[in-house]
Design a binder for this molecule. Structure first.
Ligand code: PMP
Length: 427
């Protein structure tokens, strides 16, 4: 069933490290060969062996309207005809920025970049430049891209200065990164007692990179409070949750607001786009208005802007989409939970808008250590493979989440639950 993909993977490995351009795509945590995709159509992916899959990954989040949405496709095609890139200002950038400003009341200005990594890296520089401080505080299990100072692993204590998690990152580059435990207020307070040089806290308010683990409201409030008391900026990383968790992302479902917000994924509708955004005062420090340098040859690319613009306009014009997506995500995870309990399989489930997660675990994990300790990874790998064979494409790691799209139907969700039931019977 995967013959062509197996061959393509071997060929790819000869010319691309590990055969992939982003490690997660190699299926390392579940094993086996990743299907090589030749096209997407609505709710489905098709691989080069002709297998079709109901797609719950959606390019890791951007495709809230599924593949080849005709409005987005038309906007892209029309824009492409006028040129691919100018390296000069376009009205499209203003229009997309205006859509974001319009929806988030803590945002006055937006700067576009080409990836989530660039967005968070630039947001951190902005926070350091504005506060004049050096340290940054992140949480174990939150992912903010692959820039040097963020590739850290926590030490054994509650709050530690991070050590590099990848060769190639000098320890000197991570010595200003403090790593704390997610959802642990004590750990957070300890950091602020130990350092008065913290420029920013960066957090995924709804973590989607250790499975789906939302931050407790009380914990987020403590982040906000400590930032306010210490001249520290709060960066809410909404690269994944932005326009996913609600029309105003995580900001729509939590009470805390970020000083700087980072975006990616949905705002580019599948094109390479990221952004960071804040109020007038903070953004005025950015070059060319201010002194803090940040730039990009392809930043604000017109084709990417056109795609994102149509996507956000469609969402804004019909906000009930979020109720439908939330209901479908809930239907899916509740269905999975039901068949799991029928088959005596321990399963924890969660959703936030169109993001959903499930853990093969007896108890709900609240931080990265608990995800690692509580979850049955072998069971997940088995589930993943069997579902793939039945035509359901889930994220290939228990540390990832799933995404619902407008084009997935209730009937398809029912089929997915039935397939899961058959698999779990043989666990
Ligand atoms: N922040 C978050 C919350 C993310 O989920 C990701 C990517 N999954 C990033 C940042 C990095 O984005 P990119 O892969 O586009 O660099």
């Amino acid at each position: 069933m995967f013959e062509n993909s197996i061959k393509a993977y071997e060929d790819a490995k000869k010319v691309i490290p590990g055969g992939v351009d982003s490690p997660v795509r190699a299926f390392k945590s579940v094993g086996g060969t990743p299907p090589f995709i030749q096209k997407g159509e609505g709710a489905y992916l098709e691989d080069i062996d002709g297998n079709r899959y109901l797609d719950f990954v959606q390019s890791w989040g951007p495709l809230i309207f599924g593949h080849c949405d005709s409005d987005i496709e038309n906007a892209v095609l029309e824009t492409v005809k006028k040129g691919l890139s100018f390296g000069a200002p376009t009205v499209l950038e203003t229009e997309l920025a205006s859509e974001i400003v319009d929806m988030y009341d803590n945002i006055d200005k937006v700067r576009f970049v080409s990836s989530g990594t660039e967005a968070t890296m630039s947001a951190i520089r902005l926070a350091r430049g504005v506060t004049g401080k050096n340290d940054i505080l992140k949480f174990e299990g939150c992912y903010h891209g692959h820039s040097d100072s963020l590739l850290v692993q926590a030490g054994s204590g509650l709050a530690t200065f991070g050590t590099p998690s990848s060769p190639g990152v000098p320890a000197d580059f991570t010595k200003h990164t403090i790593v704390c435990e997610y959802n642990n207020i004590e750990s957070l307070r300890k950091c602020f007692k130990e350092s008065n040089d913290i420029a920013c806290i960066i957090i995924e308010p709804i973590a989607g990179n250790m499975g789906l683990v939302p931050a407790d409201e009380e914990f987020l409030k403590e982040c906000r409070k400590l930032c306010d008391e210490n001249n520290t900026l709060l960066i809410l990383d909404e690269v994944m949750s932005g326009f996913r968790a609600s029309l105003t992302g995580a900001h729509g479902v939590i009470e805390t607001k970020g000083d700087i917000v980072t975006f990616g994924k949905v705002i580019g509708a599948g094109m390479p786009v990221g952004a960071f955004a804040s109020n007038d005062e903070i953004m005025s420090h950015l070059s060319p208005e201010g002194e803090i340098y940040q730039a990009g040859t392809l930043s604000g690319n017109p084709v990417a802007m056109a795609a994102g613009l149509v996507s956000l306009k469609k969402l804004k014009a019909n906000p009930s989409i979020y109720d439908e997506l939330s209901a479908k995500a809930l239907k899916l995870v509740n269905g999975l939970k039901e068949v799991a309990s029928k088959n005596n399989v321990a399963l924890q489930v969660n959703t936030r808008g169109s993001m959903f997660g499930f853990f093969f675990a007896e108890k709900e994990p609240k931080n990265f250590k608990e995800v690692s300790q509580f979850c049955d990874f072998d069971r997940f790998a088995k589930f993943h493979h069997e579902m793939l064979k039945k035509g359901f494409y889930f994220a290939c790691s228990q540390y990832e989440v799933g995404f619902m799209s407008t084009v997935i139907t209730e009937e398809e969700i029912n089929r997915c639950i039935e397939a899961a039931d058959e698999i779990m019977k043989n666990f």
